[in-house]
Structures are given as structure tokens and as C-alpha cells.
Design a protein around this ligand. Structure first.
Ligand SMILES: Cc1ncc(COP(=O)(O)O)c(C=O)c1O
Length: 495
């Protein structure tokens, strides 16, 4: 310890400090002495590293019933502080353990997500530095870094240099920002209508609702047999609305729908929207980062023609929640929608070369979301990201082939962008659709209660489907194969 450290820590001798950390409050008001800060951070780091090392051995899902958790957690706040280690250990046991482990190698349900360790550390760093990435004045470094990361995304998706955007809390916020921009670009008409297929994520529907689209002005168009938006159906709906005096303001297309991974026919939809002057928003929250791989970029062809694109680094770009992004082809469309002068912020205006990210998003105070993306790529290298995304695509395709080759399973949609939809169907003797529905629900329940893996389900034109989303970077073929073998076994036993 040097003299300066000694002076700063003077009131605490080492032994008393260590003992107090374990047995009693160790705060001065709301501050903590440096050595206590260090010891607690080390403790948290050890918990996280141990969790990461042993994650594979445990179950992908854990949870508790409400009554148990209420009994454990519902209490008045303590008037005096408790020993910090005790509080941390309790948080780990009672709060952070009964959760779905989206980063488990056998987490196949909904949209899994396995953040990089540099991403986790970056969130810690940015929080510790207390960044408010609202304006250039309040955070010039983080604002520039957000521009850098957005420029990476822009290039990967084939957008021009006029494009720009903002990092958001997730895909829902990106959809909302996009529809606000679309509505303002259309001149905020009174009888506005919005179009999407019935495969679109509820986040798009909610965004339309929030911007004030009336329920009878929202068109959820029936997707075709391939679960993609049919441009002819879109054209019919738009024409009928125009004939009735309604104003189409936006089409939301999917680039990786959550149920099946389907990609809408983006070039044809873009042709239609361009010809009819309608804003095209592409929801690529799930599938967008496939663009960094060659087969993914091929699947997403036409995305660069959209007026806006939502994409989620906290899904297939391996970042901690919350990391979403909205890109718009012309950044001015976003600023026209969101930049509002307020006298108390007048000192934040530094001119056009110093953009304020808060002028492009619904949040003013915003955390630094760029750092985790940037640090992850700087430390791991883009090639590792490309390999991880490509692995997800490939494992899902192998899983699809396994299902096709199985005598007791049936593929329900073509495998697309890491998603496999299938069901157990041993053929004759099972009964009709109702019986298959029951059988597959039972299989899913057994995976849930008996296995390390976690899977979820969906409905495909009303037919129940098991759904595997294979995008975690630690997932191996053995993880996928053993899970499919188990499902096959359950299917046979249920007969
Ligand atoms: C295709 C799609 N769009 C939007 C969303 C909503 O994104 P978020 O949960 O980040 O708000 C999701 C979430 O799974 C999604 O899969």
C-alpha cells in the first residue's frame, strides 16, 4: 500500500475491514470504502465466472411459484444496511437463480441469448462510469462510439452513408421509433393504416397501437403457406384502404420471423412500397445479424431497400440485454420525428457535426449500449462472431435433417435462420390433429420437467409445433442431437 492509499483508507485496518465485510454494514451513507468495493466486486466476479464454468451441468430453466418467492422476498426495506456479502449471496440464491438461463448451451426456447464476457464487463464499466449517452455534451466518447457501431451495422446491411440510427433497449423500442418516423414522414394523417403479416411479432402490433393506429386500421394479413407476406395480399389490402379514404403509412416486413425464421419477399415488398410511397420497416430483430455471414446475407437480400430496419444485438450478436438498434435509411427522418427543442437542454446543441443521440430515440437519459458491442468485437474479433452465427445456421440445418430422417418426427416448416419447427408424429395409430397436438404438448412438458434442455412451442396455421432456436455460441451438435434423441424417445413412449 502506498502512502496515498494509506491516507485514503486510514480509518480502516485490513483485518477489521475483512471481518466487517462478512459480518456487518460497511457503508458510509451511500458510499463504500475502496477496499470494500474491490472485495465485493471480486466476490461478484467469482460468482459469475463459476456460473459460466458450471452452466452446462445444470438445467437451462429454473423457476419458483409465486407464493414461495413472495415469502422469501416480500418485506419492508431495512432501515439500516445489512452485510453486503450476505445481501449479494441472497440475491444470487433467491433472485438470480430462479430464472431461465437463456445463455445455456441447451437453451432452445423463444430466442436464446448468450452474451460475451467482454460485453458483460463493458456493461459493468459503462455503469461504473455512469455514462448518460443522451447528448454529445454529456458523453462525447460514447456518442462517437455509438456512431461507429451504427456505421458497422449500416455497412453489414448494405445501407448508404445517409443512414443512421440509435441503439435502443430492444426490438420493441426500435419498432416504436420506426413507426413514429414513418407516421411523421407521412405527415401524421388522421386515418392512418399499417400492414404486416399475421406472423409479425407482437412488438410490431404494440408499436402500431402506441402510435395511435386504431385496431380497425391495423392489417394483419394472412401469410402464405410458407409463412411469408404475400405481396398480392398486401396490394389488395392497400388498394381497398385507399379506395375507402384511409392512408397507408407503413408496411412492417419480417427478416426472420420469430415463429419460423421466415424472411418475407423483401425485394417484391420493397418494389411495392417504393411504387406506392409507403414506408417499409423491416423487423430484423431476430434475423438481422445473419447478414454478417454469406448464406445469411443471401437470405436477407433486399433488406437494404427498407426505410428502416430494427435489429437486436442482444439476440444474435451475443450481447447482454438490453441492446437493440433502429437504423433508418435517411437519418434526417428520425431526427425530424424525435428532435424537440427544450430550453433547459439548449447548451447541448453543438451543431450538426456533433449529433445528440437523444434526438433519434424516445429516451433522453440513455445508458451506453455501444461499449459492449464495440468491446466484444474488439476483443473477440469479427471472425469469431461470423463463425458463431454461421454455426447456429448450420446446427439448425443439421437438426432439420435429423428430423426429416427420423421415423417418428416431422418437419413442419423449412429450417430458416437457426429455427427448426417440427413435431413428433409416429404416423398411423396416433389419431388426427387433436391427438398430435396433445402428444406434442406432453412431449414438451416432459422436456421441460425432466431435461436440462429448454424448448418452447408455436402454432403454425393453428397446428402445434415444437420449436428449437439454435443460436447460442456454446451450443454443440451433441447438445442438439441428444435433445432430439430424447424427444424421439418421449414420442415413442407416449404411443
Ligand atoms: C422478430 C422479433 N421482433 C421483435 C422482438 C421484440 O424484441 P425485444 O424483446 O428486444 O423488445 C422480438 C423478440 O423476440 C423478435 O423476435
Amino acid at each position: 500500500m502506498d502512502a496515498e492509499d494509506g491516507a485514503r483508507d486510514a480509518p480502516y485496518d485490513r483485518e477489521r475491514r475483512a471481518a466487517t465485510v462478512r459480518s456487518g454494514p460497511m457503508t458510509h451513507g451511500l458510499r463504500m470504502p475502496p477496499d470494500v468495493m474491490r472485495e465485493l466486486a471480486t466476490h461478484v466476479t467469482e460468482i459469475l465466472v463459476e456460473r459460466s464454468a458450471s452452466l452446462r451441468d445444470g438445467r437451462a430453466w429454473d423457476g419458483e411459484f409465486k407464493q414461495d418467492l413472495r415469502e422469501r422476498l416480500l418485506e419492508p426495506p431495512p432501515e439500516t444496511g445489512r452485510p453486503p456479502r450476505e445481501v449479494i449471496d441472497r440475491a444470487v440464491r433467491d433472485v438470480l437463480s430462479p430464472i431461465m438461463r437463456h445463455d445455456h448451451p441447451r437453451a432452445f426456447g423463444f430466442v436464446p441469448s448468450e452474451p460475451t464476457w467482454p460485453g458483460v464487463l463493458a456493461d459493468f464499466l459503462a455503469t461504473g462510469f455512469n455514462v448518460n449517452a443522451a447528448t454529445w455534451l454529456s458523453a462525447s466518447g460514447p456518442s462517437q462510439l455509438e456512431a461507429v457501431v451504427i456505421d458497422w451495422f449500416r455497412r453489414w446491411l448494405g445501407y448508404p452513408e445517409t443512414a443512421g440510427g440509435a441503439l435502443t433497449s430492444g426490438g420493441s423500442a426500435a419498432a416504436l421509433d420506426a413507426l413514429v418516423a414513418a407516421r411523421e414522414a407521412a405527415g401524421h394523417p388522421a386515418r392512418a393504416t399499417v400492414y404486416m403479416s399475421d406472423q409479425s411479432h407482437s412488438a410490431q402490433i404494440r408499436a402500431a397501437r402506441i402510435i395511435g393506429i386504431r385496431p380497425d386500421h391495423l392489417r394483419l394479413l394472412p401469410a402464405g403457406a410458407d409463412f411469408r407476406l404475400d405481396p398480392a395480399v398486401l396490394a389488395g389490402a392497400v388498394e381497398a384502404d385507399r379506395a375507402a379514404g384511409r392512408i397507408p403509412i407503413a408496411v412492417c416486413a419480417n427478416a426472420g420471423s420469430t415463429s419460423t425464421g421466415a424472411v418475407d419477399p423483401l425485394p417484391a415488398v420493397a418494389d411495392y412500397c417504393t411504387a406506392h410511397g409507403i414506408w417499409l420497416h423491416v423487423d430484423a430483430a431476430y434475423g438481422g445479424f445473419a447478414a454478417i455471414t454469406e448464406p445469411g446475407a443471401r437470405r436477407l437480400r433486399g433488406i437494404e431497400r427498407a426505410d428502416s430496419i430494427g435489429l437486436d444485438p442482444h439476440k444474435w450478436f451475443f450481447q447482454p440485454y438490453e441492446a437493440g438498434c433502429l437504423l433508418v435509411k435517411d437519418v434526417r427522418t428520425l431526427e425530424r420525428a424525435f428532435a424537440i427543442h427544450h430550453d433547459v437542454l439548449q447548451d447541448s446543441v453543438w451543431g450538426a457535426n456533433h449529433p445528440n443521440q437523444a434526438d433519434r430515440d424516445l429516451q433522453l437519459s440513455r445508458r451506453d449500449r455501444a461499449l459492449k458491442i464495440w468491446m466484444s468485437v474488439q476483443i473477440c474479433g469479427l471472425a469469431a462472431f461470423r463463425a458463431a452465427v454461421a454455426k447456429g445456421i448450420e446446427l439448425a440445418e443439421r437438426a432439420g435433417q435429423y428430423v426429416v430422417d427420423s421415423p417418428v418426427m416431422e418437419l413442419m416448416t423449412p429450417v430458416s435462420l437457426g429455427i427448426v419447427c417440427f413435431r413428433v408424429n409416429p404416423g398411423e395409430g396416433v389419431g388426427g390433429e387433436r391427438a398430435l397436438h396433445q402428444l406434442n404438448r406432453k412431449v414438451l412438458a416432459r422436456v421441460f420437467w425432466e431435461e436440462r434442455a429448454f424448448m418452447s412451442s408455436t402454432l403454425l396455421h393453428r397446428r402445434f409445433a415444437l420449436r428449437m432456436c439454435v443460436i447460442n455460441h456454446s451450443t454443440s451438435w451433441d447438445d442438439v442431437r441428444e435433445t432430439l434423441e430424447t424427444i424421439e424417445g418421449f414420442g415413442r413412449e407416449a404411443l
